[in-house]
Design a protein around this ligand. Structure first.
Ligand code: AMP
Length: 603
């Protein structure tokens, strides 16, 4: 594995160190280990890295370190191709700068109220994340001043060039001081990128992660296209369906390890976690339990699993797709040992498909798409196992002592079928269908948190049309019929930009979107409810589903779209359950906090 640095080896401030610890990062990812020292040194850097490798923190951490706190002018500028990416980058930078007081981040992008953005700039943002078209607009309106910028980052530079932002980017760079530090991040190093770097960077340092070749044998590798919140359900279905005995589950963050362990234990699986926060003694105990079979699922981060030497692991789950290709190889190398066969299952959410492609390119192995077992498949397998166990129990004999039980129940008026069914249920535990089968796969889901590469995706071409254009566009095609008749959610450029007032100014309400920019689509069969609890209370959709279903007695899987914001959330409840939910949720608590649930006001 390439030389990975611990964050405490990176000479970070205490505030940033505290943030990465809170975010559950265990070591710097390869691109971070390579890039952060150079950027901190003040060098111009070209980082060749894709999304999902930790690239945001690779430039975000040094930028936060370099911002002079409480100075109310723009010191760091990050340009992103899409508003989704801009929002995502902003979120990551906010988390990373949580403990450094006086760092103010704001996001500017097309399709949203420019007045609001001007206000937040005036309030004194010192880091601005934005899409090129809107940045230009704001410069022209004198609302965004870049004379004091110390660092400019072009995130997904290749994507921005592909989208026709070259001119805008150049105009923006010309607004910034010449002595600024310029950082490019790009998945590819095309000629136009190189031309841009030679014009705007000074002796740039190229950082990319060098990999070794590897091969894997005896391992059946499958990936599953899943919705993020369905990962646990899919994993437990696979465990049951394949009758897996000994498993390793990999997550990217420590806190995810804890969450996954807790959820598995709640569902009745013998799971334990392994991560860097454990003392040696605890680690030894966990390992002993795993080796002896007391615990059959070990959930770990990449670092914690180093040096782990266990045979007979029959499956490795990449609960989170790994941050680095080489991690993938190390992870799955834990199974299929000593000539035995093994399985490696990788969960892919939204545009993580691009990461998967990278992994396949790197390992030179085709990872096939797996089929998620249906609920009926899983119950079928469990029943089959039960029947086998009953058969062998009968063959063993010594049953005379219990023969009067059935007779006794017959006398009570129960049929043999009823008795057997009750015994099966007792034996298999409560078998719950947590999700409808069709709600597990992310295949048809568009616009999720990670889905920001529409342009590159083979289906991306029609995406703007279908979804009303979530991408900022530039050039003549920005007037195309799709953008035009969808109410102008494209950011327009040139004269058009001036001509079009923001939606709010035209007396329209902006479409309500969730944090990832995914538009909320009203479902006529649902009632949108407002709950006064959100990310700041660290709630997850599972907490909401748990509370709504638990309190109201409605099945969890009937709930519709859930959008969690900082201080509040929205939940779609089927009309027929709306009154029950409103009544039952009165005075109810979610994660220990008493909540107020009401019908959401229309957007
Ligand atoms: P990015 O490539 O910036 O989109 O990051 C992908 C995901 O990895 C984000 O959810 C980050 O919060 C997470 N991440 C970034 N750096 C690390 C790290 N060193 N360890 C674990 N997770 C990380």
């Amino acid at each position: 594995m390439s030389q990975l640095l611990r964050f405490d080896e990176l000479s970070l401030s205490e505030e940033v160190q505290q943030a990465v610890t809170e975010m559950g990062f265990e070591t710097a990812s390869p691109i971070q280990s390579e890039a952060i020292p150079f950027i901190l040194e003040g060098r111009d850097v070209i980082g060749q890295a894709q999304t999902g490798t930790g690239k945001t923190a690779a430039f975000g951490i040094p930028m936060i370190e370099k911002v002079v706190a409480f100075d109310k002018f723009v010191q760091g500028l990050i340009l992103c191709p899409t508003r989704e990416l801009a929002m995502q980058v902003t979120e990551e930078i906010k988390k990373l700068s949580k403990f450094k007081k006086g760092v103010w981040v704001t996001t500017v992008f097309g399709g949203d109220s420019i007045e609001r953005q001007i206000k937040s700039l005036k309030a004194g943002a010192n880091i601005v994340v934005g899409t090129p078209g809107r940045v230009i607009d704001l410069i022209e309106r004198r609302a965004l001043k870049l004379e004091q910028v110390k660092m400019v980052v072009l995130d997904e530079a290749d994507e921005m060039l592909d989208m026709g932002f070259r001119e805008d980017i150049e105009s923006i760079l010309q607004e910034t001081p010449e002595e600024r530090q310029t950082i490019f991040f790009s998945a590819t190093m095309s000629k136009p990128i190189m031309a841009l770097t030679s014009r705007y960077q000074v002796e740039p340092k190229l950082v990319k992660v060098v990999k070794n070749e590897i091969t894997n044998v005896n391992i059946e590798q499958l990936y599953f296209d899943v919705k993020g919140r369905a990962k646990m359900e899919v994993m437990t279905r696979l465990i049951d369906f394949y009758g897996l005995k000994l498993m390793l589950v990999f997550c990217n963050q420590k806190k995810k390890v804890d969450e996954v362990v807790e959820e598995l234990q709640l569902r009745g699986y013998a799971a334990e976690g392994l991560h860097g926060d454990l003392r040696q003694q605890q680690r030894t105990n966990v390992m002993a339990k795993f080796r002896s079979g007391v615990v059959n699922i070990l959930v770990a981060t990449d670092v914690a699993a180093r040096g782990l030497d266990v045979d007979n692991v029959d499956a490795v789950f990449n609960f989170d797709i790994p941050l680095d290709e080489e991690y993938y190889v190390h992870r799955i190398g834990r199974t299929g040992r000593a000539g035995k066969s093994g399985r490696a299952f990788t969960f892919v959410v939204g545009s993580e498909r691009n990461r998967l492609r990278e992994i396949m390119n790197y390992t030179k192995v085709k990872i096939d798409k797996g089929v998620i077992p249906t609920f009926t498949d899983v119950v079928g397998v469990k029943k089959g196992m039960f029947i086998e166990r009953v058969k062998s129990m009968i063959e063993e004999g010594d049953l005379e002592l219990f023969e009067d039980v059935l007779e006794n129940l017959h006398h009570g008026g129960f049929s043999t079928e009823q008795v057997v069914s009750a015994l099966v249920k007792m034996n298999m535990g409560v078998v719950k269908n947590e999700f409808a089968d069709e709600n597990l796969s992310g295949e048809f889901e568009r616009g999720g948190r990670n889905d920001r590469f529409g342009g590159r995706d083979s289906r991306g071409g029609d995406r703007g049309g279908e979804r009303g254009g979530r991408f900022e566009r530039r050039g003549s095609d920005s007037r195309d019929s799709r953008g035009g008749d969808r109410g102008g959610r494209f950011e327009r450029s040139g004269g058009d930009r001036e001509a079009r007032a923001p939606r709010e100014d035209r007396g329209e309400r902006a479409p309500r979107v969730d944090k990832a920019g995914k538009p909320y689509r009203k479902d006529p069969n649902m009632v949108r409810m407002f709950v006064n609890i959100g990310h700041s209370e660290k709630i997850s959709p599972a907490n909401i589903v748990g509370a709504f279903a638990g309190e109201s007695g409605i099945p969890g899987n009937v709930l519709g779209q859930i959008d969690i914001f900082d201080k509040y959330s929205f939940v779609d409840v089927p009309k027929e359950y709306a009154t029950t939910v409103l009544n039952r949720m009165e005075g109810a608590a979610i994660k220990g906090k008493k909540v107020n649930v009401e019908i959401a006001k229309p957007a």
